[in-house]
Design a protein around this ligand. Structure first.
Ligand code: AP5
Length: 210
C-alpha cells in the first residue's frame, strides 16, 4: 500500500510517518529528510538545495523528481512525506508511478490551525543523524538536549526560525494546498484532524488505512 501524507509544515507528517514505519511496516520517503542528508554530506544536490531550504522556499521541481525517481522500489509500501509539493511534482510523480507500475492507495491531508503549527515548530528539536523528531513541550526527550535512542545532540532546524516558518507556510498555501483539489479529482483525499496528541492522530490515520 502506498500513501501520500499532505499537510502544512509542522502539522505532524514526519511524526506520524515514523510511527507508521515502526508499527505498520511502511517505508518513509521524506524528501525533506533526504535533502537534509544531502546538505549534511555536502553533495552537489545538497549545496543547491540548501540555498532554498534555509529561506523556507521549495527546492526546484526537476531536482526533486529526479531524486525521488532514484529512490523508488516498486515492491515497497511507501509513505510519501512532504512529496509531492507542487502540481508539477504531482504530474511528474503520476508519470513515474506509471513507469514503475505502482499506484497510490490513499492521500491523507493533515489539518491544523496555523497558530498551533507555529507553536509546534518553534518547540521542535531534531536528531540530525537519525532524523528523530522531538518537541520541548509535547514530546520532550528523556535527557534534555539528547536523542533518546542515539544519544546525539538535538538541534533546532535552521528553517524553524520565525522568518523561515512564515515563508514555508506561504509556500504551502500557494503551491502545495492546490494538490488537495488535484487528488480530490482523481484518487480522493481523506482529511484528518491533526489536533490532539500524537496517539490520537495516529488512530485517526489507522482507521483510514485499515
Ligand atoms: P520538510 O522536511 O518536508 O518540512 P515540512 O513539510 O516543512 O514539514 P516539517 O518537517 O516541518 O513538519 P512535519 O509535518 O513533518 O511535522 P513534525 O512531525 O516534525 O521540508 C523542509 C524543506 O525541504 C522545505 O521547506 C523545502 O525547502 C525542501 N523540500 C522538502 N521536500 C520538498 C519537495 N517535495 N519539493 C520542494 N522542496 C522540498 O512535527 C512538528 C513538531 O510538532 C515536532 O516537534 C513534533 O514533535 C510535534 N508534534 C507532532 N505531532 C504532534 C501532536 N499531535 N501533538 C503535539 N505535538 C506534535
Amino acid at each position: 500500500m502506498n500513501v501520500i501524507l499532505l499537510g502544512a509544515p509542522g502539522v505532524g507528517k514526519g511524526t506520524q510517518a515514523q510511527l507508521l514505519v515502526m508499527r505498520d511496516g511502511f517505508v518513509q520517503l521524506s524528501t525533506g529528510d533526504i535533502l537534509r542528508n544531502e546538505v549534511a554530506n555536502g553533495t552537489d544536490l545538497g549545496n543547491k538545495a540548501k540555498v532554498y531550504m534555509d529561506k523556507g522556499e521549495l527546492v526546484p521541481d526537476d531536482l526533486i523528481i529526479n531524486m525521488v525517481a532514484s529512490k523508488l522500489l516498486p515492491e515497497k509500501s511507501y509513505l510519501f512525506d512532504g512529496f509531492p509539493r507542487t502540481l508539477a511534482q504531482a504530474k511528474g510523480f503520476d508519470e513515474l508511478l506509471r513507469e514503475k507500475r505502482m499506484q497510490i492507495d490513499h492521500v491523507i491531508s493533515l489539518n491544523l490551525h496555523y497558530d498551533e503549527i507555529v507553536r509546534r515548530l518553534s518547540a521542535r528539536r531534531i536528531a540530525p543523524k537519525s532524523g528523530r523528531v522531538y518537541n520541548l513541550i509535547t514530546n520532550p526527550p528523556k535527557v534534555e538536549g539528547k536523542c533518546d535512542v542515539s544519544g546525539e545532540d538535538l538541534i533546532l532546524r535552521s528553517d524553524d526560525l520565525p522568518e523561515a516558518i512564515e515563508v514555508r507556510l506561504n509556500e504551502y498555501e500557494n503551491k502545495t494546498a492546490p494538490l488537495i483539489q488535484y487528488y480530490q479529482n482523481t484518487i480522493g483525499v481523506k482529511i484528518v484532524d491533526a489536533s490532539g496528541d500524537i496517539e490520537e492522530v495516529y488512530q485517526r490515520i489507522k482507521n483510514i488505512l485499515s
